[in-house]
Each structure stands twice: as structure tokens, then as C-alpha cells.
Design a protein around this ligand. Sequence first.
Ligand code: SAM
Length: 226
Amino acid sequence: MGWGVLEGFLCIQPTRSRSYWKMLSPERLAKLMHTEGAGKEHPSRTFVASLIQKGESVLDAGCGAGANYEALLEADRVAGYVGVDSSEPSIQVAHELYPNGDFRVGNIMSLVHQFGEESFDVVIVRHVLEHLPDFQKAMAESISVSRKLAVFVFFLTPRRLPCGLRKVNPRIDPPYYTYIYSQSAIENFLEKSRLYYRWHYNVGASRTDWLVNETNSVLVVARNRS
Ligand SMILES: C[S@@+](CC[C@H](N)C(=O)[O-])C[C@H]1O[C@@H](n2cnc3c(N)ncnc32)[C@H](O)[C@@H]1O
């Protein structure tokens, strides 16, 4: 992670969202996030499903090819699911895999414009923020469209970064992931917005443990203390 930290100080990190997902073949999209333990059985998907109360509505922001939809169907709790993703090919694959699902093209950066404030009980954002140039706008939009919870799952767990850095690029598998964010930057943002939050760590170990001490983490943000 040394070079990534240096890049952070020199401000030469990427500034655009990853558009990788728009260029993958439908066959690859149908497999990625669905197979090899990454599908409905992944512990972070089942953990997120367990946070949802029977009859609640869900927006799945950055839904990809719909694996969360399958996990939520299996949990049999959700009443009203909408998946939204900026990758048109992913949305097309999701429609093909789950013809009864409601999947739409959209940007996590403009959820309020697309859906309106407080339009879903729970908003799920799983493995998306790390692909963006910053967490704040996407997090704010996701929280604004939620009535109760916004749930953020990280592949690259936010952590204490040196010298107040807001993010570093660990340069793992570059087409996929971009940033590890500063945990304190995220917490400062939530505290300023007067939101309640809780971190859950080790929600399913990933295969990159050895490289970035990665374990999958979940940040649950609530409007009200419960
Ligand atoms: C690692 S995949 C995760 C897919 C899904 N959340 C899951 O857990 O199976 C990341 C997804 O984020 C989507 N994404 C990236 N930037 C986005 C944006 N600005 N708005 C909406 N979706 C975005 C990508 O197209 C991709 O489908």
C-alpha cells in the first residue's frame, strides 16, 4: 500500500468512477458476483438481508447483475425491490436472470433526482463506494432516499489512514477497485449530518486477506436511534 499512500499525498490518484462494468461481456457479468461464493450465499449478502424487516422496501444502489435481489428473495422479507446501476449491460443481464425483478439504469450520484427523498425503507450499497472518486456524495444520496437504514458494504474496509489522508489507492487488481477510504473522514461526515451508525467487521473473509488485510465490512447508517 506504500505507493498508494504516496499517491494520496501527491494527489495523483484517479478522479473518475470506474467504467469497467460497462465493458464486460454479458457472460462475464452473469458470472461475476454470482459464482465462487460471491453470490446469494456470501455472508455479507445474508447479513444485509437479516437487517431488513418483513415488508420493508429496498433500493439496491449499484445492483450489478442482481445477486442481491436473489439473496433478498431467498430471505423472503422484502416488499418492493428496485435495483439501479450505471452499467446498462449489467442491468440487461439482471433482467435476463431475474425477469420479475425491477432493475433500472441510474447513477448513485443522483438517486434523489431519480427516486425522491425517503422513498425506500432500506438502501443497500454493496461494494460500490470503492469504485467512485469519493464516498461522500454517493453516501449522502443513498441516505437521503432511505427512510430507515442505509447499508454500505465495503470490500476494501475503511481504516485509520496516515496523516489525515482521505483515501488511498492500494492498487489491487486495478480495473476493479480504487480506494480504501479514511474511516474518520466517513465518521466525521456522518456525525456532522447527525446520523447514527455502526460498523460490523469480518462479515465474510475475502481472498485478498494477505494483501490488504481485507475482511469485508458493513456500515449501517440510521436516521433515528433504535
Ligand atoms: C462490485 S459490483 C457490485 C454489484 C452488486 N452491488 C453486488 O453486490 O453484487 C459494483 C457495481 O457498482 C456499479 N457502479 C459503479 N459506479 C456506479 C455509479 N456511479 N452509479 C451506480 N452504479 C455504479 C457498477 O456498475 C457495478 O455493477
